[in-house]
Design a protein around this ligand. Structure first.
Ligand code: COA
Length: 174
């Protein structure tokens, strides 16, 4: 089974592999929330479907599937360790297609910079770990203003490859 053991982190945000043990009722409720899933392919979820989904991602050698963790203010004075962080979403990367996708499931963390922090940390990780990767893509629905704004803050640009209601955004580097 392929798992990413590296922790990708700065103080506020940590990216780390998750397993089916991290799938809780709260996690499932994010995917069933109409505001969260509005621009996602998944429109409904159960504990079993999500445990199976995570198992599948972790078995696939072309997929990096990570939990996005946020530092908890009540623990801000403690040395950083996973216990001081709350799982707030997920990030998925398809190595073959070089496509990244993201969900901050806990809406109380929206518009606080966690999404862009997670993407920036991940882009730096890919640059270091996979130097052969020349560009990273993200598919965004044109109406998903928050997502487009977030990717723009991370250096992604809207490309001309329009696909119906979606745009491809690209982060490229030499
Ligand atoms: C899209 C998503 C990942 C963004 O995460 P986030 O942590 O809120 O992102 P950030 O806070 O880093 O950045 C969001 C930016 O969009 C802005 N924004 C959000 N909604 C907006 C709107 N309706 N109009 C204009 N700007 C908006 C925010 O103000 C912020 O910009 P700022 O920092 O300049 O103020 C999160 O909302 C999410 O997971 N949504 C549900 C799933 C989803 O749509 N995933 C993306 C699929 S491509």
């Amino acid at each position: 089974m392929k798992m990413i053991n590296d922790k990708i982190s700065d103080f506020a945000c940590l990216l780390k592999s998750i397993t089916e043990n991290n799938i809780t009722e709260e996690y499932v409720s994010w995917l069933n929330d109409k505001e969260v899933n509005k621009f996602l392919d998944t429109k409904s979820a159960t504990l079993e479907s999500q445990k199976e989904y995570v198992r599948k991602q972790n078995k696939d050698k072309n997929i990096i599937f990570l939990g996005i963790y946020a530092i908890q203010e009540s623990h801000i004075d403690l040395p950083p360790s996973t216990q001081n962080y709350k799982l707030i979403g997920t990030l998925k990367y398809d190595l073959k297609e070089s496509i990244v996708s993201i969900m901050i499931g806990d809406k109380t963390y929206w518009n606080k910079g966690y999404g862009s922090k997670a993407i920036k940390l991940f882009v730096e990780y890919i640059k270091k770990k996979y130097p052969q990767v020349r560009e990273i893509k993200a598919g965004v629905i044109k109406k998903n203003i928050g997502s487009i704004r977030m990717f723009e803050k991370c250096g992604f640009k809207i490309t001309k490859d329009k696909q119906g209601h979606s745009w491809w955004m690209k982060y490229g580097y030499i």
